[in-house]
Design a protein around this ligand. Sequence first.
Ligand code: SAM
Length: 264
Amino acid sequence: MSLTSPRRPPQGPSLAARLGQSRVALRIEDEMRVTAADLVDSVAEARLKVATVRYKVQDEVRSTTQKLRSRVSEARAKLVDEARFIRSWIDNPSRTGSVTPSSPALSRRMASFVDPALPGPVIEIGPGTGPVTEALIARGISEDRLILVEYSPEFCELLRRRFPRATVVEGDAYALSTTLSGHLNEKAIAVVSSLPLFNQPPAMRSALARDAFTLLTEGAPFIQFTYSVISPVPRKGSGLKSFVSDWVLRNIPPARVWVYRQTV
Ligand SMILES: C[S@@+](CC[C@H](N)C(=O)[O-])C[C@H]1O[C@@H](n2cnc3c(N)ncnc32)[C@H](O)[C@@H]1O
C-alpha cells in the first residue's frame, strides 16, 4: 500500500476558468465577425459613393460638352446667316435693306406685339434668314400658323429647311393679297414686316398697309421695325392709330418697332 497522497490531477486552468476563457473567445470572435461585417458594409458604401461621384462627373462632362458643341454650332449658324445676308445685301442692297439680320432683342420686341392666344395665321413679310420667325415661334405661335412671304429664292429655300411646317411663299410682299391668293384660308391675326420700307415711295408704303389690313381680323396689328426716327407708314390721312416702341439698342443699328391698327 502506498503511503503517498492520492495522485493529483494534472495542473491547468480550472473548468470554470476554461469556461470563462471560451466565453471571452466567443465574444471576441463575435465582435470580430461584427467588425468584419461593418468593414464590408463600409467598403460597399465607399464603392457606391465613388460610383455616384464618377457618374455625376461623367454626366457633368457630357452636358458641358453638349452645351459647348451647341454653342459652337449656334455661333457657326449665326456666322453663316450673317455671310448670307451680306451676300444678299451686296447683290441687292435696296431690297435686303440691312447688312446684318435683326438681333434677338429686336426680333423679340417685334414678336411681343403678337398675341399667341388669338386663333389664326400670322403673316411675316421679309423674313430673310428667319430671326423674327424664330422669335414668333418662341412667343408661342406654332410653326404651322406662320405664312412667310419672301422675295429672295435663296432665303425661301433656307426658310423651308429651317421651318418645314410653315408656309413659305416666294413672291412680292408689295402685292400681298395677290401673292397670298390660295395660301390664306382665314384672316390673319398680325402682319409682321421687316421690309426696308423707306426704299419705296410713301404711296407704295401706304398701299402695302391698306392691302395688309384687308387680310387681317378687326383690330389686328401691322408691325414694322425701322431704323428711322419717323413712321415708315405715312400716318396722315391713313385712318390708322399707331404706337411706337422705345429704341432697341441691342441691334445694329438701334431700331424701333411701330404698331399700326385700323380705327373702327
Ligand atoms: C431688312 S431684311 C430683314 C430680314 C429679317 N426679317 C431680319 O429681321 O433679319 C428685309 C428682307 O425683306 C426681303 N424683301 C425685300 N423686298 C421684298 C418684297 N418686295 N417682298 C418680299 N420680301 C422682300 C429681303 O429679301 C430681306 O430678306
